[in-house]
Design a protein around this ligand. Structure first.
Ligand SMILES: Cc1cc2nc3c(=O)[nH]c(=O)nc-3n(C[C@H](O)[C@H](O)[C@H](O)COP(=O)(O)OP(=O)(O)OC[C@H]3O[C@@H](n4cnc5c(N)ncnc54)[C@H](O)[C@@H]3O)c2cc1C
Length: 315
């Protein structure tokens, strides 16, 4: 282990992700405050930030850049119940924050119930779904540029869109959220409804990274999908395309397309990141052949062979 200016850097055998597979990090550091983060940026300006690992596939041979996890001061929150505002570190666990805001009778974040994420990861991915997206509650975001400069971005200056924020090249450190005062019982009831919808429609107990693909906007009508508004210009669920292409249950070794929700790829013990990538390639090929639609990956892939800032279109 290398200890430099209070920053302990060590090798991580496996980067912890919700897929439960994949490689490690040659260098890993848990950073607990702004000073440590700045030091980490000096050591490796191309560092990668690990959130909750819920949207992440790490290649089997791991990554060379310094991987940091935001902890301590960078994961704390302060809630002002009178103003219904939250200031929260990017390393905070989103489900825990949701529970706390619900407990205090603040409405908004319950719409994101059941989404595993750090606050930073949720902002970068503009996490959300049927009931809402995190961008609706954002007032401003604090971040570091790769040169180590502190910046503050107001909501209007952030290019939030469906599962996209334009923030992926920054290191997000904290944000301010505006919620709304409400009856705690009513907010809790809504959270339960959101959670039970998710449990009934997604394989929440299995190992996955949530939706593998973004829902595409169709460039042409698809007759097979007329019953689901499959017309040019409409956004349709990627899972529906995969399902109608007959790909539920398709597997590469111990990775398969979920029978519950076709946009979830689930892993069993023995699965590798290579298997996931093979399955993604195969599903993309078959959906392209059948429907002429190129699926865009939502899952972020970390690979030793690609630089993070060039890594996919996500964020
Ligand atoms: C069971 C399950 C259900 C899911 N359901 C949903 C859903 O309903 N809706 C939805 O939108 N998503 C869903 N997801 C996907 C996932 O929860 C979201 O994409 C979430 O936002 C990922 O956050 P994270 O902290 O885990 O990010 P990670 O997976 O750790 O990282 C994702 C990307 O964000 C970057 N990142 C993380 N933190 C920072 C930071 N502080 N600064 C800069 N970059 C950062 C990482 O470097 C990486 O590029 C689901 C996943 C699972 C496993």
């Amino acid at each position: 282990m290398l200890v430099t200016d209070e920053l302990a850097i060590s090798r991580l055998e496996h980067v912890p992700t919700w897929f439960g597979i994949g490689g490690g990090a040659d260098r890993f550091a848990a950073v607990r405050n702004a000073e440590q983060l700045r030091r980490a940026m000096e050591i490796d300006p191309a560092l990668r930030v690990l959130g909750d690992g819920a949207n992440l596939l790490v290649d089997d041979d791991g990554v060379a850049e310094l991987v940091v996890k935001l902890e301590g001061e960078l994961s704390e929150w302060a809630i002002d119940p009178g103003k219904a505002t939250v200031r929260v570190g990017a390393g905070a666990n989103l489900p825990k924050l949701i529970n706390e805001t619900v407990r205090q009778g603040l409405a908004g974040l319950e719409t994101l119930g059941g989404i595993p994420a750090s606050v930073g990861g949720a902002l970068v991915m503009n996490a959300g779904g049927k009931f809402g997206e995190i961008e609706q509650y954002v007032v401003r975001v604090q971040a570091l540029t790769r040169e180590g400069a502190e910046i503050v971005l107001e909501r209007k200056d952030i290019a939030f869109a469906y599962r996209r924020s334009g923030l992926k090249d920054l290191v997000l450190t904290s944000c301010e959220l505006q919620l709304a005062p409400d009856d705690a019982g009513a907010v809790r009831k809504r959270l339960k409804e959101v959670m039970s919808y998710k449990k009934s429609s997604q394989p929440m107990a299995e190992k996955s990274a949530g939706c593998t693909y973004k829902n595409p906007t169709l460039e042409h009508d698809i007759m097979d999908l007329y019953d689901a508004n499959g017309r040019a210009g409409r956004r349709v669920p990627a899972g529906l395309l995969i399902d109608r292409a007959g790909l539920k249950g398709l597997a590469v070794n111990a990775v398969s397309v979920s029978d519950v929700h076709a946009n979830f790829f689930v892993t069993k013990p023995g699965a590798t990141a290579h298997d996931v990538i093979q399955l993604m390639n195969e599903v993309e090929r078959r959906v392209q052949d059948r429907y002429g639609v190129q699926l865009e990956r939502e899952v972020v892939v970390w690979s030793r062979h690609e630089h993070p800032q060039r890594n996919g279109k996500n964020g």
